[in-house]
Design a protein. Structure first.
Length: 421
């Protein structure tokens, strides 16, 4: 009877977990045999009883579940690992709870009728709990944007989800003799495992809000750049008659060379306002706006662009990278008054590099991030997190170097658009 009850409770666990995981991760195969094999393997894993003083069972079942996640689901490795830990926290807590409950009701020769009633109540509780769990997990997965998560955020999620697992493992290794205390630990671990999902939900909302703020900033800078260009064009148009007067005077005096030179100067003024660096109107506007901002501070931005095809990269994220890196460089006030920007692409990658000289020592925190103390660290530290997050969401890679008095940011981004969540 004890084994039958455990099998029923484990089957309820395996069925609901197998239906909940695809809400967060994509199965590697939609074929019937793959789904059947997946459910069978999960049932076997969930059947492993998490028994007090049998630490090896807990470790083996956790490793098997991690293997199961890697075999049957596809996504970013850090995301798979995070959900492997999150869902196994539920599996381990539930298995430990059912074992402790079954042991508790059978510890002193419980009558069969009382065992049957208790078993029925446990099954009802399992059905009710996992019904709520599955509905809530589905709601959370559909309402948050998992693609907004960075590698660091998935790492935090993994660490948070490990807490109830560590609690269960500790109780397995050193179980209290009191069955009530044992059950209380198991219930608390199950509750903590369940609470990981709303925590992830809140992290997802925060990540989404941060992403939207970055997009809003990029769009705002785009429109500000357009407005600035229009203002400069209006000024040139206002002075157009004066320019014509000067040209006419040169021509009347027979000074044709001066007239031609003056025309070239006016043409250069117009071309600077609408420089076409890439095939992206948005990126061109950002580069033009930042070039004008640098010019007002006596800085020169040397832009080398070799982008031959329309960019198939999320422009908003790319503008976050370009805008923040240029703002950092401008605020750093390089001693040689020069900032270098390079953008190029090939069939598979977009390459972006920005560099500028600096004079003061750049300090770093213990974790390797740039400190935010003035005068120079603050200039370079501000916006770096947004830059790294934008590159991560584009599934690219970034390098930040501070060698030889030169601050350099180098990023590579696949030209296949944003990653799928």
């Amino acid at each position: 009877m004890r084994m039958l009850l455990y099998v029923v409770l484990s089957a309820i666990l395996a069925t609901n977990i197998s239906e909940a995981i695809p809400s967060f991760l994509s199965p590697r195969s939609d074929k019937t045999w793959a789904r059947i094999l997946s459910v069978v393997m999960l049932c076997i894993i969930c059947m492993f009883p998490i028994v007090p003083e049998f630490t090896l069972t807990y470790i083996v079942s956790s490793l098997l579940f991690a293997l199961y996640m890697l075999l049957f689901f596809r996504d970013r490795i850090e995301k798979i690992i995070a959900f492997a830990v999150i869902f196994f926290s539920v599996i381990g807590s539930w298995s430990f709870l059912t074992v402790s409950w079954i042991e508790a009701i059978l510890v002193s020769g419980t009558p069969l009728w009382l065992f049957m009633i208790t078993a029925a109540l446990l099954v009802i509780f399992a059905l009710l709990y996992f019904s709520i769990f599955r509905s809530y997990s589905s709601l959370v997965s559909s309402s948050m944007v998992l693609s907004s998560f960075t590698r660091r955020m998935w790492g935090y999620s993994t660490i948070i989800a490990l807490s109830p697992s560590v609690l269960v493992l500790t109780a397995v290794a050193n179980p209290p003799k009191n069955h009530l205390l044992l059950s209380s630990i198991a219930i608390f671990a199950l509750f903590a495992s369940t609470m990981v999902f709303p925590l992830i939900h809140q992290m997802g909302r925060s990540a989404k809000l941060s992403e939207e703020n970055s997009q809003l900033k990029a769009r705002t800078e785009y429109y500000q750049g357009i407005e600035s260009q229009q203002e400069e064009i209006r000024k040139l148009k206002h002075d157009l008659m004066n320019h014509f007067t000067v040209i006419a005077t040169y021509l009347d005096l027979g000074e044709n060379d001066k007239a031609i030179s003056y025309l070239k100067e006016i043409g250069a003024s117009f071309s600077k306002l609408t420089e076409q660096y890439t095939s992206s109107t948005l990126i061109n506007a950002i580069l033009n706006a930042k070039a004008q901002k640098a010019n007002t501070k006596g800085l020169e931005i040397e832009i080398k662009a070799d982008v031959s095809v329309p960019l198939s990269v999320d422009e908003t994220e790319l503008c976050t990278l370009i805008s923040n890196s240029l703002d950092n460089a401008i605020e750093a006030d390089p001693p040689d008054r020069k900032i270098c920007v390079e953008i190029a692409d090939d069939d598979s990658m977009l390459y972006y590099c920005i560099s500028n000289r600096y004079e003061n020592t750049i300090k770093k925190n213990r974790d390797g991030s740039f400190a935010t103390s003035k005068p120079d660290s603050q200039n370079h530290g501000f916006g770096l997190r947004n830059i790294k997050d934008a590159v991560a969401r584009l599934n690219g890679k970034i390098e930040i170097e501070t060698d030889g008095g030169i601050f350099r940011i180098y990023a590579e981004v696949p030209v296949t658009g944003r990653e799928n969540g």
